[in-house]
Design a binder for this molecule. Structure first.
Ligand code: ADP
Ligand code: MG
Length: 716
């Protein structure tokens, strides 16, 4: 008898076990049992051929129409042409040297065919597919007598029906595995036991049984994720933090007293919450989401000042140097003489904002390091490297991270003991990319979430249009004229391209032209439609000083148009910029486009964003652009984005082919389940943090989300 932990060769023999390991990375009985069918075919039902796309590896159930054999023309050997049908459409199969194929595949015979879809003579075909007969006297496999035939994710070397046979063999010797889900939980949610669910998944009698099994197995995944997160939350909340209580009459109050605008209700509410959490002896661990321009920076600065008032320091981390520089500049501007400690004309209780980046000259860097280590700098601004490089702080009370995407769980962990006396600094992560509820509960599930939903008053929403350059070239001319007009009335513009140019050409697909590049587009504009305007170029390959100089010139209005890559994506704040033209906009994702356009219309003038594309109407690329043009509601866009992406891209992102324990859970469909699992996880961890009373559950966690696999949590 076998258990789920046993290696597969015990049950299947070394040859098959090796094939499964090589082809599908399946090693144990448990691995195989959690390799679920993608779908089921009913014996009486043929697979629609219309849905097949070239390149796909498919398994189809179809009926043979014709099968012919002839000699090859230029070489020795025979070629067999088989036409199969789903009842309406046909698909060509080509075999070589398969003598006797006509006997095995006579007209009317039904079989499963597996292979990669290709195109030949403008028709879809399967070249030398694998097949298994499911009826007739030659039907080799008893498995196919079942009403539902599972279709497994398969490869060239291991077919769906091989997997089906392996699963049957494993079930023949399997001891009932211990169920990781506590009986009470199963009872409350009416879930079948594990063994029953596994059988129902692999060998269901009908669709209802398969559905119930699937629902139960999703629970395993959702609970594993939520338990991991609940334990992480608990772990953080138990750590000591540097307390930063509000000091009446301090710097924070002085700053508030001279704010040139009134805070929105949302800013006030979040501010109060942060104030309370900062005063606590356990660390704040919060994600603040809000549209670009919703005023997150001001909220963060007020919190940082409370930390400074408590005699601590705050660090503000940005994903790039350009942004760090920009942040330092805008914090200094907001603070005025309250941020000029040690300088002439500083206010009485002023603090100092110090910029610390890798590209500072040696002397400046030394000074900045000293400021951080001595505590002279109340606020230190830098890139994420500030934390990784272990820059030393006198009294680090709080860390603010702008844009969470590149700041994952690992980086959060690196903060752990960076506060005074090994405490954990308070953490505030800010993002302008709206996060759908299910993503917030999973990918960022170890953080508490707050949102700023209203924009400060007086902001006019940006207007976005799609410019179909291919169909309507005149529209593109008009776009350039629009930039010239805006510049004539004193405004500025961005032109964004997907590539830098020169030597960064990506190798994907020869039939597509490479995406437009900054280094090609800038000179074309300078000599063509934007002749006479002052153009600047900004991209990631420029040396840091040059980037800074270009940004400064643009901010100062010494440049009219900035031709740039996505380095302008986050945080860049030039209120005078009113137009953004995005070239090859279809090369960008929804949230990236939304981020990008947030760079214009930040001042009193209305912003305009033009999405230039060659993508034909009706394609999914074009639909994406239309969605961005249609709404500025970030939450709606996040939903569209989630719908368009495959689950794996979100949950399993950047797993780079790694197998993850999560196979069934869908962020789009399983919101309810995820939320229930979250409650159950909270309860379980509160009562038994180490899960000592639930050893099978602890094992499930380890299997599904061992340290390496837990990476999916941070890289969505
Ligand atoms: P975010 O960081 O969310 O993109 P910022 O904090 O940079 O937004 O704010 C965008 C602009 O709006 C800044 O120039 C800021 O000074 C200004 N601002 C912030 N809050 C308010 C408010 N309540 N009323 C008016 N202007 C505001
Ligand atoms: Mg900002």
């Amino acid at each position: 008898m076998a258990s789920t932990a046993d290696p597969l060769d015990l049950a299947l023999g070394p040859k098959t076990a090796n094939a499964l390991a090589r082809a599908l990375d399946l090693h144990t009985v448990g691995d195989l049992l959690r390799h679920y069918p993608r779908r089921y075919v009913e014996r009486g039902e043929l697979t629609p051929i219309a849905g097949l796309t070239p390149g796909e590896h498919v398994t189809v159930l179809a009926e043979v129409r014709t099968c012919t054999s002839r000699a090859m023309q230029r070489r020795k050997g025979t070629i067999q042409q088989v036409v199969i049908s789903d009842g309406s459409r046909t698909l060509d199969l080509t075999f070589f040297n398969q003598r006797g194929l006509e006997k095995r595949l006579p007209p009317g015979r039904r079989a499963l065919f597996a292979g990669q879809v290709s195109v030949y003579n403008r028709k879809l075909q399967l070249l030398h597919p694998d097949f298994a007969l499911i009826d007739g006297d030659t039907a080799d496999v008893a498995d196919f007598a079942r009403p539902l035939i599972p279709v497994y994710p398969a490869t060239r070397d291991v077919s769906s029906w091989t997997l089906q046979r392996c699963v049957r063999q494993v079930f023949d010797v399997l001891d009932e595995p211990e169920d990781p889900l506590p009986a009470a939980l199963r009872g409350a949610h009416r879930l079948p036991v594990l063994m029953e669910a596994l059988r129902g998944m692999h060998r269901p009698a009908d669709h209802a049984e398969a559905r119930a099994a699937r629902g139960r197995l999703k629970w395993d995944e959702a609970l594993a994720v939520q338990l991991t997160l609940a334990r992480r939350r608990r772990d953080t909340l138990q750590r000591p933090a540097p307390r930063c209580p509000h000091r009446p009459g301090g710097l924070a109050d002085a700053f508030d007293a001279r704010l040139p605008f009134t805070l929105t209700a949302g800013q006030r509410a979040v501010g109060e919450l942060l104030g309370t959490e900062l005063a606590d002896e356990h660390p704040m661990n919060r994600l603040l989401q809000g549209e670009v321009g919703s005023g997150k920076t001001v909220v963060a600065l007020r919190a940082m000042l409370q930390a400074v008032d408590a005699g601590r320091q705050a660090a503000l981390l940005a994903p790039t140097e350009v942004l760090a520089v920009q942040h330092a500049r805008s914090l200094r501007a907001l603070l005025g003489d309250l941020g000029r400690a040690g300088e002439l004309g500083a206010a009485e209780q002023a603090t100092r904002v110090t910029l610390l980046t890798g590209s500072l000259a040696t002397r400046a860097r030394k000074e900045a390091l000293l400021d951080a280590a001595s505590g002279a700098a109340g606020i230190v601004v830098g890139t994420h490297a500030l934390i990784q490089d272990r820059v030393s702080f006198a009294e680090l009370g709080m860390v603010v991270v702008d844009e969470q995407h590149r700041f994952g769980v690992e980086q959060r962990d690196a903060l752990r003991d960076r506060g005074p006396g090994g405490t954990s600094p308070h953490l505030l992560v800010m993002t302008a990319t709206p996060i759908p509820r299910t993503v917030a509960m999973t990918v960022f599930g170890d953080l508490e979430v707050s949102s700023l939903r209203e924009l400060p008053r007086g902001r006019t929403p940006i207007c976005t249009s799609v410019v179909p350059a291919g169909e309507k070239p005149a529209w593109l001319d008009r776009a350039w004229r629009r930039i010239t007009e805006e510049v004539a009335s004193g405004r500025q513009a961005y032109v964004v391209c997907p590539r830098i140019g020169d030597d960064d050409r990506s190798e994907d697909g020869e039939e597509h032209r490479p995406p437009l590049a900054v280094l090609d587009v800038a000179p074309q504009l300078a000599e063509g439609p934007l002749r006479g305007l002052r153009l600047g170029v900004l991209h990631g390959r420029l040396p840091a000083e040059e980037k800074d100089a270009v940004m400064r010139a643009f901010t100062a209005g010494e440049l009219d148009v900035l031709v740039a890559t996505t380095v302008v994506e986050v945080g860049v704040d030039v209120p005078n910029a009113t137009v953004m033209t995005i070239m090859d906009a279809d090369r960008f994702g929804i949230s990236q486009l939304h981020q990008l356009r947030g760079r214009v219309g930040r001042g009193v003038h209305r912003g305009l964003c033009l999405l230039v594309t060659d993508a034909p109407p009706g394609t999914s690329s074009r639909e994406r652009l239309d969605a961005v043009a249609r709404t500025t509601d970030g939450f709606e866009l996040a939903r569209v984005d989630l719908e368009q992406r495959r689950e794996g891209d979100v949950l399993g992102a950047a797993q780079s082919g790694r197998r993850s324990g999560l196979k069934l859970l869908s962020l789009l469909e399983d919101g309810e389940l995820i939320s229930l699992a979250r409650q159950e996880a909270q309860r379980l961890v509160a009562a038994d943090p180490e899960l000592t009373g639930h050893p099978a559950l602890a094992r499930l966690l380890a299997e599904m989300l061992d340290e390496e696999r837990a990476h999916y949590l941070e890289k969505a």
